[in-house]
Write a new protein. Structure first.
Length: 545
């Protein structure tokens, strides 16, 4: 039988590695990210780092966040008003909080539970005001939604309000900025009990003018609304047309709104249109909605989907063993899934109910390579893009954390005071029709290391993830010590070992029908893993149990 060549292309839920004698599917690339210079090579992800001074609040659970310029605005449980969420503003560039005045116990919402199903709070910038929908508002008096007024950036203010002109009939569950208006998602309309979206005046999100045309849209039934997001649609005449996608709470339908209440056709009817999309699905995870270079992404009950720029809804990405979907389908609490996307990578945080201990995991999808990787072990509660980086509010850890996918000169590999483990593990291979057991005594893997000592722990696993045999490979390269080298000769940060083949010193023949290989090591700069080659021979006896 020829040499089996494992090429670590992408992760998958599939029990077996796709590719037969050239397996390409990994069960895990834990805390590993694609090497930016070479396909199918993997390096440790940089550690998430705490923004200086960003964890002063107690208890400190951040329930929603939005980045505007270089500032992150959010709502956080705090001791200022016990049991209440307060608004905050953190300058990401200056690494300091910006004061918000006007916060009282009477105008702040009750803090949500940190576990279990929820209607996530949401923030949206319309004009100079950030509107905050939050389930903790009681919907009495002016406590329908929150407003952070950013008109004066150095004198931010907070109020709780209801709209004037046409008042909202109920506290909104969501708000979206569309055509420079605030679209409030209300599960009771001004005229009856059917859910509706209610649009504010342009750039004036706290005023709703009912004349000449009432800015209210209903959806023909009493199924509650959940959330929404904006999407640019291709225009057949060139350019794009903006659309608002509205998701129902039962994840069985989505509606597309285009046009604006102020625009009129030749017969004077408001040129605003609403149409149902042609796939009976939606989302239970409002914080999973994120825009990508290919359209609007969301996590549906059957996995990750994208609505493209022609309003076509994709099939689940990675379903049926072609990628990752089980961690999302089996989420302990689907409404707490959170996602964000920069120009190339979608990052999704979930609590995986399909595994023992229901761990918090992050799974990533590279839009360019079309590959899945993860799980990453830093637990995501909320995540937002900030340039090419991300800002994370983690589960059970206070503060705001910066997190990068690609390493840079400032990357570190100690996270929240501890090191973390990288795991390279294939799915079972080879997928075969022979009945004889296979045996190997020779294997090599391609690797690189950084300065210092790197230990790769290598295991062969059977179908039950039991260890067939185990060994380790250690590499040591010199580090550069200040004062111990001639100026201009030493290598700053030490010596990286280039990518090369390393022999696996198996201590006994590895006998298997199908097996998985696993390499684990402590995250460090310079470490890198590529292909794994196994020279196999058939034995003279059939598969044993």
């Amino acid at each position: 039988m020829p040499t089996l060549k494992l090429i670590p292309k992408s992760c998958s839920d599939n029990f077996y590695s796709l590719g037969n004698e050239t397996p390409q599917t990994m069960a895990a690339l834990q805390n590993l990210v694609p090497a930016p210079d070479t396909a199918d090579q993997w390096i440790p992800r940089p550690a998430a780092t705490l923004f200086s001074g960003s964890a002063p609040f107690t208890p400190g659970f951040v329930s929603c966040q939005i980045i505007v310029g270089t500032r992150l605005y959010g709502m956080v449980s705090s001791a200022l008003n016990a049991g209440k969420d307060q608004p905050f503003c953190y300058d990401l560039l200056g690494a300091a909080f910006v004061t918000i005045t006007g916060i009282t116990g009477a105008n702040t919402p009750t803090s949500p539970a940190t576990t279990g199903s929820w209607q996530p709070p949401h923030m949206e910038l319309i004009g100079t005001k950030i509107i905050v929908t939050h389930p903790g508002f009681d919907g009495v008096g002016s406590n329908f939604f929150g407003v952070i007024n950013t008109t004066n950036p150095v004198a931010l203010t907070w109020t709780s309000e209801n709209t004037t002109g046409l008042a909202l009939p109920i506290k909104p569950v969501w708000v979206s900025q569309f055509f420079q208006r605030a679209y409030y998602f209300c599960n009771t309309s001004p005229s009856d009990a059917n859910p509706a979206v209610i649009a504010s005046n342009v750039l004036d999100p706290t005023v709703v003018t009912a004349a000449p045309d009432t800015p209210v849209l209903q959806f023909g039934d009493n199924i509650p609304l959940l959330c929404g997001g904006t999407l640019a649609l291709d225009n057949q005449l060139g350019g794009q047309i903006q659309a608002l996608i509205v998701f129902k709470a039962n994840a069985s339908n989505m509606f597309q709104i285009t046009g604006d209440f102020a625009a009129t056709s030749t017969n004077g009817i408001p040129f605003i249109q609403m149409n149902a999309l042609n796939v009976a699905t939606g989302t239970l995870a409002p914080n999973s909605i994120t825009n990508t270079p290919f359209g609007m992404l969301f996590v549906s009950p059957d996995g990750l989907r994208i609505i493209d720029f022609q309003a076509h809804v994709s099939e689940p990405i990675g379903a049926n063993g072609q990628g990752i979907s089980i961690p999302f389908i089996s989420a302990v609490t689907p409404s707490r899934i959170a996602a964000a996307c920069n120009a190339t990578t979608v990052r999704i945080g979930t609590q995986n109910g399909s595994l023992s201990g229901t761990p918090y995991q992050e799974w990533d999808f590279d839009l360019v390579r079309k590959t899945w990787f993860g799980p990453h072990t830093f637990p995501i509660s909320l995540i937002s893009t900030y340039g090419q980086s991300y800002v994370i509010s983690p589960v059970g850890i206070k503060g705001l954390w910066s997190s990068d996918i690609r390493p840079n000169s400032s990357s570190t590999y100690t996270e929240n005071g501890a090191s973390y483990t990288c795991i390279y593990q294939s799915a079972l291979f080879p997928e075969r029709s022979d009945m004889e057991e296979l045996s190997t005594v020779r294997s090599v893997f391609y690797t690189a290391t950084g300065p210092g000592t790197t230990v790769y722990n290598v295991s062969a696993l059977d179908e039950g993830s039991n260890i067939i045999t185990y060994t380790s490979v250690s590499f040591t390269s010199s580090t550069t010590l200040w004062g111990s080298f001639a100026w201009g000769v030493g290598v700053w940060l030490g010596t990286n070992q280039p990518m090369s083949a390393a022999q696996v010193p198996w201590t006994q023949p590895v006998v298997f029908d199908r097996m998985a290989v696993q390499i684990s090591f402590t995250a460090a700069s310079g470490a890198r893993l590529g292909n794994f080659l196994i020279d196999v021979e058939p034995t003279n006896y059939t598969v044993t149990s």
